[in-house]
Design a protein around this ligand. Structure first.
Ligand SMILES: [Zn+2]
Ligand SMILES: [Zn+2]
Length: 334
C-alpha cells in the first residue's frame, strides 16, 4: 500500500509530504488508519537534531485512528477499535523503570516520530503494545493533542506537587501551556502565564489565568506583584525562560523543566541552596495518568483549542510553529 506521510528525509532535512510504501503489519503489529494527528514542538526538535536513530522517518506522536488490520498474535485490539499513538513506543519491560511503572525512563525505549515511524501518515504500522485505547466520545481532533501535550502537561503538574490555593507560573503558553492552565485551574491552583506573544497572553487571561505577563523580567514581576510562585513550569526550550522561572520562585519552590532542546542552562548555585529550590525534569507521565487526562476531557474540565489542517499543509504549519504563531494546537485531519 502506498500512503501519504510527513517525512523527515535525513538529519536536519526539510520535512516534506511524500508517498511512502507501507508493508503488511507483521507479528505483534497493527495497521491503523489515522484520523487526526497534532504537531508538537518536539517534532521541530527532532527535525533539528544532528543525528537520527532512523532516517528517513515519518514524524508525529499525537495520533488518533482506528484499527484497520491486525498482524499475527495480536489479541488486545480488534478491527474498528479506536486507538492513539503517543511518543512512547516499545519498552524493555525488564529494567528497574519498566518494573516500577515508569516505562518512560526505560533506556531501551523506542519513540514514534523519532526511532519509529510516527502518526503523520494516512496509515501507520504500529507495535500493538504501544497503542493506547481512546474513548469513543471525544472528537479525534480534540483527543489528538492530549496524546502528548495533555499527557506531558499533566505529568508536569504532578512534579510541581502543589495544593489548592498555591501559585504556579507557566512559562510558554502554547499547546502544553493552554492545557496545563485548564488542569491547574481545575485543581484550584492560582495560575500566572508567561509568554512573549500578546495574543497568547490574551488567550490565557480569557481562560482563567490570574496574571498573564510578558517574558522579559517575568521573574521580577512575579516576585513584586505576585509574591513569587510555589512552582514554575517551563514549557518552552528557552534558557532565558528557565532563568526567569527560577527568579519567579518563592523560597523552597520547585522548578519543573519540560520544554526540550539541545541547549544548556545556567542557574545560580547560592540561591538554589539557601532558598532550598528543587529543580526537576518532567517527561510524559504514567499510562494511568494518560487515562486521567482523557477523563478530564470527557468531563469537560479541559478542552484542547485546535486549528485543523490538511496533511499537505505540514511544511507551512511547521514554519508557523517555528515562529511561535500557533494558538493552542495545530492538528492534521486525514
Ligand atoms: Zn510531543
Ligand atoms: Zn525498560
Amino acid at each position: 500500500m502506498v500512503v501519504k506521510a510527513a517525512v523527515l528525509p535525513h538529519a536536519r532535512g526539510t520535512v516534506a509530504v511524500q508517498s511512502v510504501e507501507l508493508g503488511e503489519p507483521g507479528p505483534g503489529e497493527v495497521l491503523v488508519r489515522m484520523e487526526a494527528c497534532g504537531f508538537c514542538h518536539s517534532d521541530l526538535y527532532v527535525a533539528g537534531l544532528e543525528k537520527l536513530p532512523v532516517a528517513p522517518v515519518t514524524l508525529g506522536h499525537e495520533g488518533i485512528g482506528r484499527v484497520e488490520a491486525l498482524g499475527e498474535a495480536v489479541t488486545q485490539w480488534a478491527p474498528g477499535g479506536r486507538v492513539g499513538i503517543t511518543f512512547m513506543g516499545t519498552t524493555c519491560a525488564a529494567c528497574e523503570w519498566c518494573r516500577s511503572g515508569r516505562e518512560r525512563f526505560c533506556p531501551k525505549q523506542t519513540n514514534f516520530g523519532y526511532s519509529l515511524n510516527g502518526a503523520l501518515s494516512e496509515y501507520a504500522i504500529v507495535p500493538a503494545a504501544a497503542l493506547v485505547a481512546i474513548p469513543e466520545d471525544l472528537p479525534a481532533v480534540e483527543a489528538a493533542p492530549l496524546c502528548c501535550a495533555g499527557w506531558t502537561a499533566y505529568g508536569a503538574l504532578r512534579e510541581a506537587g502543589l495544593e489548592r490555593g498555591q501559585k504556579v507560573a507557566l512559562f510558554g503558553y502554547g499547546g502544553l501551556g493552554h492545557l496545563a492552565l485548564q488542569m491547574a485551574c481545575h485543581r484550584g491552583w492560582r495560575v500566572a502565564a508567561v509568554d512573549l506573544s500578546e495574543r497568547k497572553l490574551e488567550m490565557a487571561r480569557a481562560s482563567g489565568a490570574e496574571l498573564a505577563i510578558a517574558g522579559e523580567n517575568a521573574g521580577r514581576t512575579l516576585q513584586k506583584e505576585y509574591g513569587g510562585v510555589d512552582a514554575a513550569i517551563v514549557l518552552t526550550p528557552s534558557p532565558a525562560a528557565i532563568q526567569q522561572a527560577f527568579r519567579a520562585l518563592k523560597r523552597t519552590g520547585t522548578l519543573v523543566l519540560v520544554g526540550i532542546s539541545v541547549n544548556q542552562y545556567d542557574l545560580p548555585l547560592v540561591d538554589t541552596i539557601v532558598k532550598g529550590i528543587t529543580v526537576r525534569g518532567s517527561y510524559l507521565g504514567t499510562r494511568k495518568e494518560l487515562e486521567e487526562v482523557f477523563g478530564l476531557a470527557r468531563s469537560g474540565a479541559i478542552r484542547a483549542h485546535v486549528h485543523t489542517h490538511a496533511l499537505e499543509e505540514t511544511p507551512a504549519v511547521l514554519e508557523s510553529m517555528r515562529r511561535g504563531e500557533i494558538l493552542g494546537r495545530a492538528v492534521i485531519v486525514f
